[in-house]
Write a protein that binds this ligand. Structure first.
Ligand SMILES: [Zn+2]
Length: 56
């Protein structure tokens, strides 16, 4: 996981596979840093981290 040392904020989450079709042809999409576009199924989606170290 890449973290920008300047801001302490996590940078764009690396997404390796489309959650809808499983293709790897993903490119950044839209204004937000968590937006991705799949070149295979042409879906655009966002990936957002909501928690870390969840125990239950
Ligand atoms: Zn896809």
């Amino acid at each position: 996981m890449t973290t920008d040392p300047g801001t302490g904020r996590a940078r764009q989450l690396p997404v390796f596979h489309c959650p809808y079709c499983g293709d790897e042809e993903l490119t950044p999409h839209g204004e937000s840093s968590d937006g991705w576009r799949c070149g295979a199924c042409l879906r655009a989606f966002s990936v957002r981290l909501i928690a870390t170290g969840v125990q239950e």
